[in-house]
Ligand binder design. Structure first.
Ligand code: F6P
Length: 324
C-alpha cells in the first residue's frame, strides 16, 4: 500500500477532525501518501480529492465538524456510482480507504470492498454510539457533555418556575445519549427506545415525584423513543392527565453534533487513526477499529454493522434509584 484515501461520511461528529489528523500523520510517519476525499462517497464519485501532508492538518485537533465535509450519498448506493468512485480512486493511485462514519458509511465500505476487493478500514464516528465492536464512537463523549451542559441550564429555569421539562436528545434508534446524559444531568425519568416504560408508569412516576416534594423535574426523551408519541404529544398527554404540572419542551437538536471535541474523543481519535492505517499496512481489510475495555481492537465491518450495541441495563436501575 502506497497511498491511502480518507473520508468522513454520514452525520458529522466531534472528533472527526482529530481522526483525519491522525490518519494523515500516521501515513506521513510511515512514508505513505495520503489523499483527503471531500464530501464522503459523493466526493469519491466526483473525484473531489486533495493531497494531504502532516502540515495540512495543523490546528484541527480541537475543531468540531469535519474539514473534509460530509454527505449521505444516494449515488454511492448505485452500482454506477460505485464504479465511478472506483475509477477515480484507481486514476488517483489510491489503494486503500479509511472511512470515518457510522453504520451507513460502513455498509457502503463493505459493498465497495465486496465488489472491487478494495482494502477498507472503518473508524466509528457518530454521536449515537450505536456501533457494535466499540464501547465508544467518536463524538459520543463530547455529545454527552454538551447535553449535560444544556440540561444543567434547563434545570435552572425549571427550578425557578417549578416546571417539568421534556428534553429531547438525539441518538436515532439508540438510547445511549439519553440514558447516560440523563443520569449525568439528574433526570427524573429517561425514556429510551430499548425499554418501554409505558405511559401509565410515566404518569405514576411523575405523580410520585410531585408527592415526594419535588417542585421541578427533567424527563429526558430519546428521539427514537417508541411509546407512539413524539415529545410534544407526550407533553400534551401528561398535561391532560396531570394538570398540576406546568410543562415545557426543549428539543436540543443539532447543537449536540457540534463543538470542540472532549479530551476523551481527541485521544480516542488519535489512537483509532494510528490503528486504522497500521492495520491496512499489515494487509488487514474490511474491519472497523474500535475501543473495548480501553484496548484498540478490530471487528469485522459486517459485525460492526449488523451487531447490536446494547445499552447497559444496570444504568436504568441506577437512574431509578437516583430519582428516589
Ligand atoms: O446519526 C447522527 C444523527 O445526529 C442522529 O442522532 C440523528 O437522528 C440524525 O443524525 C440526524 O440527521 P440529519 O443531520 O441528517 O438531520
Amino acid at each position: 500500500i502506497k497511498k491511502i484515501g480518507v473520508l468522513t461520511s454520514g452525520g458529522d461528529s466531534p472528533g472527526m477532525n482529530a481522526a483525519i489528523r491522525s490518519v494523515v500523520r500516521t501515513c506521513a510517519y510511515h512514508n505513505i501518501e495520503c489523499i483527503g476525499i471531500y464530501r464522503g462517497y459523493q466526493g469519491m464519485i466526483e473525484g473531489d480529492f486533495k493531497e494531504m501532508g502532516p502540515r495540512s492538518v495543523n490546528n484541527i485537533v480541537n475543531k468540531g465538524g469535519t474539514i473534509l465535509k460530509s454527505a449521505r450519498s444516494k449515488e454511492f448506493m448505485t452500482k454506477e456510482g460505485r464504479q465511478k468512485a472506483h475509477q477515480n480512486l484507481v486514476s488517483a493511485g489510491v489503494d486503500a480507504l479509511v472511512v470515518i462514519g457510522g453504520d451507513g458509511s460502513f455498509t457502503g465500505a463493505e459493498v465497495f470492498n465486496e465488489e472491487y476487493g478494495f482494502p477498507v478500514m472503518g473508524i466509528p464516528g457518530t454521536i449515537d454510539n450505536d456501533i457494535f465492536g466499540t464501547s465508544h464512537t467518536l463524538g459520543y463523549d463530547t455529545a454527552l457533555n454538551t447535553v449535560v451542559e444544556c440540561i444543567d441550564k434547563i434545570r435552572d429555569t425549571a427550578s425557578s418556575h417549578n416546571r417539568l421539562f421534556f428534553v429531547e436528545v438525539m441518538g436515532r434508534d439508540a438510547g445511549h445519549i439519553a440514558l447516560n446524559a440523563g443520569i449525568g444531568a439528574g433526570a427524573e425519568e429517561i425514556l429510551i427506545p430499548e425499554e418501554d416504560l409505558g405511559l401509565d408508569r410515566l404518569l405514576e412516576s411523575l405523580q410520585k415525584s410531585k408527592a415526594s416534594g419535588k417542585s421541578s423535574s427533567i424527563v429526558v426523551v430519546a428521539e427514537g423513543e417508541k411509546m407512539g408519541k413524539n415529545v410534544f404529544q407526550l407533553k400534551d398527554y401528561i398535561e391532560e392527565h396531570l394538570p398540576e404540572y406546568d410543562i415545557r419542551v426543549s428539543v436540543l437538536g443539532h447543537m449536540q453534533r457540534g463543538g470542540s471535541p472532549s479530551c476523551y474523543d481527541r485521544v480516542l481519535a488519535s489512537r483509532l487513526g494510528v490503528k486504522a492505517v497500521e492495520s491496512l499496512l499489515e494487509g488487514k481489510t474490511n474491519f472497523m477499529v474500535g475501543v473495548l475495555a480501553d484496548k484498540i481492537e478490530l471487528t469485522p465491518l459486517e459485525q460492526a454493522i449488523k451487531g447490536h450495541s446494547e445499552i447497559d441495563r444496570e444504568l436504568l436501575r441506577v437512574s431509578d434509584i437516583m430519582s428516589t
